[in-house]
Design a protein around this ligand. Structure first.
Ligand code: AMP
Ligand code: MG
Length: 360
């Protein structure tokens, strides 16, 4: 029980640190700012706990009221997306699909269908290192829940049989989803936050917002540049330090920076860290020398899928995939505190923590 209290305390400390980090990086504080067009803009921030994490968004709007209205719409939309795709909300669309596994196809909303289509696309692209049907193993390990434990090799073997994205059938007509085997479980936890950020960006843009950001548990998407015309500065989390301590800074405009790391959700037993990113090839949490992978690109869903997928692929195969994928960059941090950058990022990432150095 003490453990749970500790976990909760750590989570609260984490959330506070994350807020402080965002404040540092974005120069927060309510008020009026002068945009590059010369017009005065009101900056409005909203924070909520959604999708199991802290969500914070900030917009620069013509008026405070307009900003609040846009943020309300965005948070309502994120709440609706969570209700469709969560594994923790009874009767979510994903749960209904899982319950019908091996028996019948289920019709889902356009949002869920799109996330699954993209999820399958990235499952193929990563040759199953990212696998949208990882659910049975995620459930078995229970990482981040009170039931977390190291399963037996036999249990893992049994669940591995149920993980295969090629047995997820999507029929665009009628937006039907069918899982071929009973016991299969879809889990969109590796991409749903990215999709939510993309949808939020659309809402901001439709409302005419030119400068904004959203952070979903530290995964950031920025719209435009800062109102003063400068790029946004995004911190890359130091995987060895409490939330909010960053090791590098990258400057971005109209982009997203999404990170997967072994420090996000885990437990430790006999000196081994069991974290929430499972290698579908072994059934165990990935262990390949990586501590975190950050992806920088334009679509947050793509970045989210790739951060999880590259984390599983490892340094060599992960970098190869990123180099041959257009318009995508990555920052890989190893256990030895080495920083690998894709070619498009060379000279663009400032390492601020002396313990880390660029890999050669
Ligand atoms: P992220 O934090 O984006 O890397 O996503 C991690 C989450 O994705 C986990 O909490 C699981 O819900 C899910 N997940 C874990 N391993 C995989 C995997 N190999 N492929 C796809 N999703 C995964
Ligand atoms: Mg991800």
């Amino acid at each position: 029980m003490g453990d749970n209290k500790q976990k909760r305390r750590n989570r609260i400390i984490g959330i506070i640190s994350l807020l402080i980090l965002l404040i540092i990086l974005t120069g927060c504080g309510k008020g009026q700012t002068s945009g590059d067009s010369g017009y005065s803009l009101a900056d409005v921030t909203q924070t909520s706990y959604l999708m199991g994490t802290l969500v914070q968004a900030k917009v620069y709007a013509p008026t405070k009221e307009k900003g609040e209205e846009v943020l309300d719409t965005a948070f309502q939309q994120m709440d609706a997306l969570e209700k469709k795709m969560s594994l923790n909300i009874p009767a979510s669309e994903i749960i209904r699909v899982n319950e019908a596994a091996g028996s019948k196809p289920v019709q889902v909303s356009e949002d869920t269908f799109l996330v699954l289509q993209k999820g399958l696309e990235y499952s193929k692209l990563t040759e199953g290192s990212f696998d949208i049907s990882i659910g049975p193993l995620v459930k078995l390990w229970g990482i981040g829940t009170d039931q977390a434990r190291v399963p037996s090799a036999d249990e893992i073997k049994q669940k591995l049989k149920l993980v295969d994205y090629q047995s997820v059938l999507l029929q665009p007509e009628g937006q039907q989803v069918y899982l071929e085997e009973e016991g299969m479980v879809l889990d969109v936890g590796g991409i749903a936050k990215g999709y939510a950020a993309d949808v939020t960006k659309e809402i901001f843009q439709e409302a005419g917002i030119k400068h904004a950001y959203i952070s979903i548990g530290g995964n950031v998407l920025v719209v435009g540049n800062k109102p003063d015309g400068s790029p946004w500065k995004i911190g890359i989390q130091n995987p060895y330090r409490p939330r909010g301590a960053y090791l590098a800074i990258v400057e971005v405009t109209d982009s997203t920076v999404v990170t997967s790391g072994d420090y996000e959700r885990y437990f430790e037993e006999n000196g081994v860290r069991y974290h929430h990113i499972i290698d579908p090839a072994t059934g165990y949490p990935t262990r390949n020398g990586l501590k975190s992978v950050s992806i920088i690109t334009h679509k947050s869903l793509n970045a989210d899928a790739l951060s999880t997928g590259v984390f599983v692929l490892g340094i060599e195969r992960g970098l190869q995939l990123l180099e041959r994928t257009p318009d995508v960059e990555g920052i890989l941090i190893t256990e030895d505190k080495e920083v690998y950058l894709t070619s498009g990022l060379q000279g663009k990432v400032r390492i601020t923590d002396k313990e880390f150095s660029l890999a050669d």
